[in-house]
Ligand binder design. Structure first.
Ligand SMILES: *[C@@H]1O[C@H](CO)[C@@H](O)[C@H](O)[C@H]1NC(C)=O
Ligand SMILES: *[C@@H]1O[C@H](CO)[C@@H](O)[C@H](O)[C@H]1NC(C)=O
Ligand SMILES: *[C@@H]1O[C@H](CO)[C@@H](O)[C@H](O)[C@H]1NC(C)=O
Length: 412
C-alpha cells in the first residue's frame, strides 16, 4: 500500500517538473549561478541540506525497488495515458475514457479461462469514478440449454426499460445454439462455455466463468446468479433498487454441525480453512463488484477446494459461504435473495408446474420472511421484502406466471 502511494507521488512530481513552475526547478539553476564567494557558514548549511535531500531521494528509490518493481510499470503507464486522455482538448468526454468505461460489445470472445480470469481481475485503485457511472446489475444465467421461462424475463426487463441498468449473460452446454430474435435481451448474450455437471467442481468453474465475463463490463456493479428455472418476484425497478442500494452481498452462509454441513469438511483444506470455519449456503448468490473480483482472482482457497472438496462435498454449496465468511464476514447478508422450497426433503428442492402456480401460491412466496421464519434484515433493518427471485419452476409454469405477473409480481 505504501509503495503505491509513493508511486502516485512520483507521477505528480514528474508532471510538476514539466510544468516548469515549481519552486524546486527554479531554485536549482539560481543556486548554481550564485557567485562562489559565499560565506562558509551558509555553504556548510547548504551542503547539509543537499546531503539530506540526496539521502531522502535514495531512500525513496530503494523503497520503490524493494517493494514492487513490477507493479510500478503498468500503473505508471495507465496513469500517464489517462492524463493524456484527459488533456485532449475536450473532444468527446465519452471517447476519452472509452477503454475503461465500456465492456466488449458482444459477450462472445476467444479468451481461454486463464486469460479471461486474469482480464477480469483488474480493478481501479482510485475509488471514485471520474465520470457519472450508472451501476448495472448483471443477470447471469447458468443453464443447460434452453431458457423456457425467457418470455417472463423479457417482460421483467421491459418493465425496467433501460439497458444502461442491466446486462445479461448466459452459460449453457457447449454447442447449444439459441435462436433469440435481435430485440431479445438474450440475443447474443452467450458466453464461451464448458461442460458443467451438477455437484462437481465444473459447476463452480462455470460460476466463476460467468462472473469473469460479466466483470469485463466495468459498468456492472452487482452480479446475480440465476438458472433456467428461476423467476423474478418483483418489478425490475424494485429489484434494481434493492440490489444497488444494499450494503451487503446476498450470499447465504450458516454453520451446519450435521453430516451435510461440517460433515463435508475435508482435512486437506487446513490450514487455510479449519473445521469450525466451514459454512454452507445456497449456490444462487448475489455479489458486489469488489467481492466478485476477489472470487475470480482467488488463487489461495479455490485451488484447495478443487483438490479436496469432491462429492459428497459440493464446492458450489460451500466455497463462497466459507471463503466469504472468512475474508469478508461483514460484507455478506448471510442470506440469499432467491426463494426455494426444501420442505419436500431430498437432494433437490421442489419444482413447481402449471398445477401449483396460482394467486395463493405467489402470495405465499411474496409473504415468506426467511427460511427460518424470522424477518430478514436489509441494511441492518427488518425488511418486508426478502426475496427477489424464486426457483424452481417447470416450463409448464410459464403460462400461469405470465397471466399472474401484472397483478401479483408487478411486471408484464
Ligand atoms: C474467434 O476466432 C475465430 C477463428 O479464429 C474468428 O473467426 C472469430 O472472429 C473470433 N471471434 C472473436 C470474437 O474474436
Ligand atoms: C454474517 O455473519 C457474519 C459471521 O460469519 C457476521 O460477522 C456478519 O455481521 C453477518 N452479516 C450480517 C449482515 O448480519
Ligand atoms: C400477504 O400479506 C399481505 C399483507 O400483510 C396480506 O394482505 C395477504 O393476504 C398475504 N397473502 C397471503 C397469501 O398470505
Amino acid at each position: 500500500m505504501q509503495g503505491l502511494v509513493v508511486i502516485d507521488g512520483a507521477v505528480g512530481n514528474g508532471k510538476d517538473v514539466s510544468n516548469n513552475n515549481n519552486p524546486t526547478t527554479r531554485t536549482l539553476p539560481s543556486s548554481s549561478s550564485r557567485p562562489t564567494t559565499l560565506p562558509p557558514k551558509l555553504l556548510r548549511r547548504l551542503l547539509f541540506v543537499a546531503v539530506l535531500a540526496v539521502g531522502f531521494v535514495a531512500a525513496v528509490v530503494l523503497l520503490l525497488g524493494a517493494r514492487s518493481p513490477t507493479l510500478m510499470i503498468p500503473r505508471l503507464d495507465a496513469l500517464s495515458s489517462m492524463t493524456m486522455a484527459a488533456a485532449t482538448p475536450c473532444k468527446d468526454e465519452d471517447q476519452a475514457l472509452k477503454r475503461w468505461r465500456r465492456g466488449p460489445a458482444s459477450a462472445w470472445h476467444n479468451l481461454s479461462d486463464e486469460e479471461l480470469l486474469w482480464a477480469a481481475s483488474w480493478r481501479p485503485s482510485v475509488a471514485r469514478y471520474p465520470y457519472r457511472r450508472v451501476p448495472k446489475v448483471a443477470f447471469m444465467f447458468l443453464t443447460r440449454g434452453p431458457l423456457p421461462l425467457a418470455p417472463l424475463w423479457e417482460r421483467f426487463f421491459a418493465g425496467g426499460g433501460d439497458r444502461r441498468r442491466f446486462s445479461v449473460y448466459v452459460h449453457s452446454t457447449p454447442g447449444y445454439r439459441p435462436d433469440f430474435p435481435p430485440e431479445s435481451v438474450f440475443y447474443r448474450r452467450q458466453v464461451p462455455s464448458q461442460v458443467t455437471r451438477w455437484g462437481e467442481t465444473s459447476m463452480c468453474d462455470a460460476e466463476r466463468r460467468l462472473l469473469a465475463n460479466a466483470l469485463l463490463d466495468p459498468g456492472n456493479e452487482r452480479f446475480v446468479l440465476l438458472s433456467e428455472s428461476c423467476v423474478p418476484l418483483t418489478s425490475f425497478p424494485a429489484a434494481y433498487a434493492y440490489l444497488t442500494r444494499s450494503r451487503h452481498s446476498f450470499v447465504g452462509a450458516f454453520d451446519d454441525p450435521g453430516p451435510h454441513g461440517r460433515g463435508r469438511y475435508r482435512a486437506g483444506l487446513a490450514p487455510e480453512i479449519r473445521r469450525h470455519q466451514w459454512r454452507k449456503g445456497a449456490q444462487w448468490f448475489e455479489l458486489a463488484r469488489d467481492l466478485a473480483v476477489d472470487v475470480v482472482a482467488d488463487g489461495r482457497y479455490y485451488p484447495k477446494f478443487k483438490e479436496h472438496c469432491r462429492p459428497p462435498c459440493y464446492v458450489d454449496e460451500h466455497y463462497l459461504p466459507t471463503v466469504l465468511s472468512l475474508v469478508a464476514p461483514e460484507r455478506i447478508a448471510n442470506r440469499s435473495v432467491t426463494w426455494v422450497d426444501w420442505s419436500r426433503g431430498g437432494a433437490h428442492p421442489a419444482t413447481f408446474g402449471a398445477g401449483d402456480v396460482d394467486e395463493a401460491f405467489l402470495g405465499r412466496i411474496a409473504n415468506t420472511t426467511t427460511a427460518t421464519g424470522r424477518p430478514c434484515l436489509y441494511n441492518g433493518q427488518p425488511a418486508e421484502v426478502c426475496f427477489l427471485f424464486a426457483r424452481k419452476f417447470a416450463p409448464s409454469a410459464l403460462q400461469p406466471l405470465l397471466a399472474l405477473a401484472p397483478k401479483m409480481l408487478g411486471y408484464g
